[in-house]
Design a protein around this ligand. Structure first.
Ligand code: UDP
Length: 311
């Protein structure tokens, strides 16, 4: 039975990964300090092969026994969180990644870094292939996340090249699904909550900026395939189905049959104008592409939000 550590395991993506790995027969150690993750996300896991440890991975990580895989997912990931927690975000991307890599070296474990499409910043190339180096403002409000993840990629490659660690890097594009927090702050949870409770939908700017949204189960499948692959350079995982944020707001009004109105509020600083993954590499080396369409994905996310909001 492989033994796997998931840092950030009580978060949105982390909790889905823990479940997926348990289903694949892994013993899972879930580590989280619960600053943006939540025990509720893992409360339904009833499996003797699952263990939770409350720990901040920016501090030295001590794990008893062997580890075969480490998936490093700990980090605030919603813009409102990293704007609120800029230093913790920088620390977990830098010190947390260093600690997790040190642990991988000590345990001779395979290491997978959760990186992000934010490494491309406000991209000047569209869609974004892995070869694109990005357009990031290092000192803007989003720089704390973007640069932390860019550093995390750099140190991961350095551990791979210098110490021969078996590392992988996934660049995760916008993802949605059950277990996103009601107050997550990202577009889909905001719009769903607003539509379901009769509030105005807050579109930032004029809503012409684009994103491409991937359902969480597709993402997790892609990540697992990457973990099992022998590819060490970054791989985009996301859904290329690009739309404007205004279109997404309309879609959510339709999916919830809500009478809410759309209001336009100022665009946050450095908000990327476009984002769409080029997933040719994932298709080629992982034989992966997303399967869940937006209607299905929104339906299941809406169910989760209705349950959380007692509607
Ligand atoms: N956005 C919006 N209204 C909201 C939340 C987000 O218009 O209530 C916009 C945001 O400005 C961005 C896009 O939706 O252009 C996606 O934002 P999100 O926070 O989901 O993630 P990002 O892709 O910016 O990291």
């Amino acid at each position: 039975m492989p033994r796997t550590l998931v840092t950030g395991g009580a978060g949105f993506l982390g909790s889905h990964l823990c479940e997926y790995l348990l289903n694949k027969g892994h013993e899972v150690v879930c580590m989280d300090n619960l600053i943006t993750g939540s025990k509720e996300n893992i409360s339904e896991i009833k499996n003797s092969a699952f263990q939770f440890i409350n720990h901040n991975v920016s501090e030295f990580i001590n794990i008893e026994g062997n580890l075969d895989y480490i998936l490093h997912f700990a980090s605030p990931a919603s813009p409102i969180d990293y704007l609120d927690l800029p230093i913790q975000t920088l620390k977990v991307g830098a010190l947390g990644t260093h600690n997790a890599l040190g642990l991988a070296k000590a345990k001779k474990a395979v290491f997978l870094l959760a990186s992000t499409s934010e490494v491309y910043g406000d991209p000047l190339m569209h869609p974004q292939p892995e070869e694109y180096w990005g357009n990031v403002n290092p000192i803007g409000p989003r720089g704390v996340y973007d640069e932390a993840k860019r550093f995390a990629e750099a140190i991961t490659m350095a551990y791979h090249r210098t110490h021969g660690i078996n590392t992988k890097i996934v660049r995760i594009f916008n993802t949605y699904g059950p277990r996103m927090r009601i107050k997550d702050g990202r577009a889909i949870p905001n719009f769903l909550k607003q539509a379901l409770t009769g509030e105005n939908l807050t579109v930032y700017g004029n809503g012409s900026q684009t994103r491409s949204f991937c359902f969480v189960t597709d993402l997790v499948e892609g990540i697992f395939r990457l973990l099992m692959s022998e590819h060490h350079e970054p791989v985009n995982i996301g859904n290329p189905n690009e739309m404007t944020i205004r279109q997404m707001a309309d879609k959510i009004l339709q999916a919830t049959q809500s009478d809410s109105k759309i209001v336009y509020v100022p665009l946050p600083e450095d908000d990327p104008k476009t984002r769409q993954p080029n997933i040719s590499l994932a298709k080629k080396i992982l034989n992966w592409e997303p399967k869940v369409n937006l209607d299905e994905g929104l339906k299941s996310t809406k169910q989760y939000f209705k349950q959380k909001l007692n509607i």
